[in-house]
Write a protein that binds this ligand. Structure first.
Ligand SMILES: *[C@@H]1O[C@H](CO)[C@@H](O)[C@H](O)[C@H]1NC(C)=O
Ligand SMILES: *[C@@H]1O[C@H](CO)[C@@H](O)[C@H](O)[C@H]1NC(C)=O
Length: 333
């Protein structure tokens, strides 16, 4: 995956997301994690991941809908699944939604809700079907792809859970929030994001129109937002992605390098997590794996049982005990 939106320190990658709800004070923080291929996990991998997260007191797992296979994971063997719109815009293959139906029953039992990212810049720029048809500018600028993408959002929000029989948009017990796209516009640059804020607002309006006023489900931007604007608009904030590099590489460039010794990395994790928590910001780590980290490609991951796991676990537990600038309590299990 790709990261931008940087804290003022090296070896940390952050993506900031904005929630559409009011700012309040004096509630506790929380932590969680990301796993872009969570839908493909086997039952035993799920149990490993979710029980580990639960023991860390983590409350939210952010998941994706773009097709994945074992070739694109971090050494996790997964069930391959296709893109939601694999061949044609508007023709859906619901495999990923059905897999997540099952996943969310499990995660609920571990006290963890899903944050569902309904598309990603990564898929757009791969290019997936929207990228093939429209490219990475027209997708955000033209009326037709916006209407078609809104149809996708409506499709997901109205997906009927395969065993419970209820549409996702009513399943706030299982679902923390929805966002239209992970890292929307990220590759088009900061000015482009500033100039096309209406894309975010329009997509949020589509999602909110489906959710109604009492769903208990949040609407997020999926990163790439600007903290001052968010504060001015009285929105809640969440660090959706941050990770501590396994290597000693600087400037958030973490695909290769010399491994840090374990105690140095642990100190980094502890320091940065506690700084984010002290700033009053809940956070989701990038990423926790159900298997040992293979140290493959961009390497911010921590496998459950890896040398850094107990440090991350303690940092997440600390978040749960710390005050936050925003009250998410009604959205968490
Ligand atoms: C959806 O994807 C699954 C998994 O790849 C495949 O088996 C199935 O045939 C697809 N369904 C349709 C309608 O194309
Ligand atoms: C990483 O460690 C290697 C080996 O000690 C060293 O040569 C290199 O300068 C370090 N890189 C950074 C960015 O600190």
């Amino acid at each position: 995956m790709k990261f931008l939106g940087l804290l003022s320190t090296s070896r940390v990658a952050l993506a900031l997301s904005v929630l559409h709800a009011n700012l309040v004070l004096a509630a506790n923080s929380f932590a969680g994690s990301n796993l872009y291929y969570a839908a493909g996990l086997s039952g035993s991998e799920r149990a490993t991941l979710l029980s580990g997260m639960q023991s860390a007191g983590m409350k939210v797992l952010r998941v994706w809908l773009d097709g994945e296979s074992t070739a694109t994971t971090k050494a996790t063997t997964i069930t391959t699944y296709p893109d939601l719109e694999p061949v044609t815009v508007g023709t859906y293959n619901d495999t990923v939604l059905d897999l997540l139906d099952d996943f969310m029953l499990d995660s609920y039992n571990y006290g963890i809700k899903l944050l569902i990212s309904m598309h990603s810049w990564n898929a757009l720029s791969r290019p997936g079907i929207y990228g093939q048809w429209y490219g990475t500018d027209d997708f955000y600028e033209q009326a037709q792809p916006q209407e078609e993408f809104d149809n996708r959002l409506v499709h997901v929000l109205n997906h009927v859970h395969s065993t419970l029989g209820t549409p996702w948009k009513t399943m706030g017990q299982y679902i923390f929030g929805f966002e239209a796209e992970n890292e929307a516009m990220i590759g088009n640059g900061q000015q482009y994001i500033v100039d096309h804020q209406s894309w975010q607002c329009d997509r949020a309006a589509t999602i909110k129109g489906q959710l109604g006023d009492n769903s208990g489900i949040l609407v997020l931007t999926g990163g790439e937002w600007l903290a001052q604007l968010a504060q001015a608009a009285d929105k809640m904030l969440l660090f959706e992605e941050w990770g501590s590099c396994y290597f000693n590489t600087s400037n958030n460039d973490c695909p290769t390098g010399t491994p840090l010794d374990a105690s140095t990395r642990n100190t980094n994790i502890e320091t940065w997590a506690s700084q984010i928590t002290a700033a009053g910001m809940p956070w989701l780590y990038w990423e926790i794996l159900p298997n040992a980290d293979p140290h493959y490609s961009y390497d911010y991951e921590i496998g459950i049982g890896d040398p850094a796991w107990s440090t991350l676990e303690a940092a997440a537990q600390a978040a749960l005990q710390a005050p936050a600038a925003f009250d998410y309590s009604q959205y968490l299990l």
